[in-house]
Design a protein around this ligand. Structure first.
Ligand code: ZN
Length: 211
């Protein structure tokens, strides 16, 4: 058992505040490849690089050692990305299986208020006359969000030829988006697997005093 005197501890803190808090070096993130400061020898909190096109939010490489010193988080990132690809492939298979067709379809909606931008949602596909007296019909894609329903028209894709056509085409478009997402992830996995194969210790970049 180690007994630490509180006095010795606070003395150590006051002697080396810079070493504890201020980064003296930068290093490369194991997960996303960004160069970040290393306060206390670990990567500072950061968002993902746009390089891979599919990451969002805070990078899980934060608070771990830099790639120059370790690659323990690389395999975790590869495994997680492979799981995502597996899930996407099974989603594609279920979208291609026409026995699962209902009146619902996947849709990439656009939030006009701009807060959400594009987002993925499941919509109910129905058909209504353009006017009450008209024989021309328009496809309505209804999104349910809690108590609220939002009607999308999907007119950016041109006209759908009826509900069945709309559902099949919306499924096809979703499959296309998933295939692009899978390609991005496969590029990322290949990059990470190469990094592990070729790994050797590297030098950290010193942070300039006035930086
Ligand atoms: Zn990162």
């Amino acid at each position: 058992m180690t007994i630490t005197s509180p006095i010795a501890e606070s003395a150590a803190r006051s002697l080396s505040p810079r070493r504890r808090d201020k980064a003296t070096h930068r290093g490369t993130c194991q997960v996303c490849g960004r160069l970040q400061k290393l306060p206390g020898g670990i990567l500072s909190k950061h968002g993902y690089t746009k390089r891979w096109g599919f990451f969002e939010g805070t990078c899980p490489g934060a608070h771990y050692r830099p790639f120059e010193q370790a690659f323990d988080r690389v395999q975790v990132a590869i495994d997680r990305t492979k799981d995502q690809v597996t899930n996407m492939r099974s989603l594609i298979a279920s979208l291609q299986d026409l026995s699962t067709v209902t009146d619902k379809a996947p849709y990439q909606a656009y939030d006009r208020s701009g807060r959400m931008g594009y987002y993925e949602v499941e919509v109910t596909v129905t058909e209504e006359p353009v006017f009450e007296t008209s024989s021309a019909k328009v496809i309505i894609l209804t999104e349910t969000r809690g108590e609220k329903t939002i009607r999308h028209y999907g007119s950016q894709y041109g006209f759908f030829h009826g509900v069945a056509d709309a559902i099949l085409r919306l499924r096809g478009m979703k499959i296309g988006r998933l295939q692009r997402d899978i390609e991005q992830r496969e590029r990322y996995i290949a990059w990470q697997e190469r990094r592990v194969r070729e790994w050797k210790p590297g030098e950290l970049q010193p942070v300039k005093e006035d930086a």
